[in-house]
Design a protein around this ligand. Structure first.
Ligand code: ADP
Ligand code: MG
Length: 258
């Protein structure tokens, strides 16, 4: 979507984001906007700070500098983070899907999806279950509602994890290498669900090495290296005409592996 025509504040506005672990600077002044219905794909070598960046956007990490606004509300400003209650409210706007699924192993697929809405939103059990069943249906898993995570394939687990994130009705979905832990034959079913969300206008930030997916659905591709954004632009430009040597090097390495 064209940012110039987007209404309202950006879903995410990030300015000068800095994060270190000890004396290791991991994010070194990130500036970044995500507009409603935009799909942003983040690529870059291992260790470049992609996961840390997503985790900051969900307040799983506390940055020491810079600012993050979510839908016009300030999550963190120069190291000052919201209090726990406000943080939990704001977090509900930001859905997160992890490489390793992170399902609750002792809960069925259905209960994984109902837990958040029941605990954090106070939804009645029947309402939460009705919504969870609709979401499991959407990700193609209505027949697995009662299944325990251990009995599901990786692709099925990840689709439950997507349904679980959607159950909080987030304003933006963050995906951290959602298909990297999957056997190759299971990647497609997860990407298909993600494409469905794109077609519905979901705002998404996706860290992935699935270049075909990026080409197909990204509005913007961002290349990270060494804790900074090396370059960004539409996929056609980044993949065909990157201006930065570091982008060329990274793309070459990924394509050689494919
Ligand atoms: P990417 O997702 O691009 O591979 P990460 O954000 O996971 O990169 O990591 C960026 C850097 O930060 C790496 O050097 C990593 O070792 C370091 N790092 C990430 N998390 C932690 C942590 N909790 N403690 C210390 N160092 C970390
Ligand atoms: Mg990572």
């Amino acid at each position: 979507m064209n940012p110039m025509t987007a209404e309202g504040p950006p879903i995410l506005r990030i300015r000068g984001l800095r994060k270190s672990f000890g004396d290791h600077v991991v994010l070194d002044g990130i500036d970044f906007d995500v507009w409603p219905s935009q799909v942003v794909v983040v690529i870059g070598p291992s260790g470049s700070g992609k996961s840390t960046f997503l985790r900051c956007c969900n307040a799983l990490e506390q940055p020491e500098g810079g600012r993050i606004e979510i839908c016009g509300r300030t999550l963190v400003d120069d190291g000052r983070m919201l209090g726990e209650a406000e943080l939990n409210a704001l977090r509900q706007d930001v859905g997160m899907v992890f490489q390793s699924f992170n399902l609750f192993p002792h809960l069925s697929a259905l209960h994984n999806v109902t837990l958040g809405p029941r605990k954090l939103r106070g939804l009645a059990r029947a309402d939460a279950e009705a919504r969870a069943r609709a979401l499991l249906d959407k990700v193609g898993l209505s027949h697995k509602a009662d299944a325990m995570p251990a009995s599901l394939s990786g692709g099925q687990k990840q689709r439950v994890a997507i349904a679980r994130a959607l159950a909080m009705e987030p304003r933006v979905m963050l995906f951290d290498e959602p298909t990297s832990a999957l056997d190759p034959e299971l990647v497609g079913e997860v990407l298909q669900v993600m494409k469905l969300l794109v077609s519905e206008g979901m705002t998404m930030v996706v860290v992935t090495h699935e270049m075909e997916f990026a080409r197909e659905v990204a509005d913007v591709v961002i290349v990270m290296d060494g804790g900074g954004i090396v370059e960004s632009g539409p996929p056609a430009t980044i993949f065909r005409n990157p201006t930065q040597e570091r982008t060329r090097g990274f793309l070459q390495a990924v394509l050689m592996r494919a």
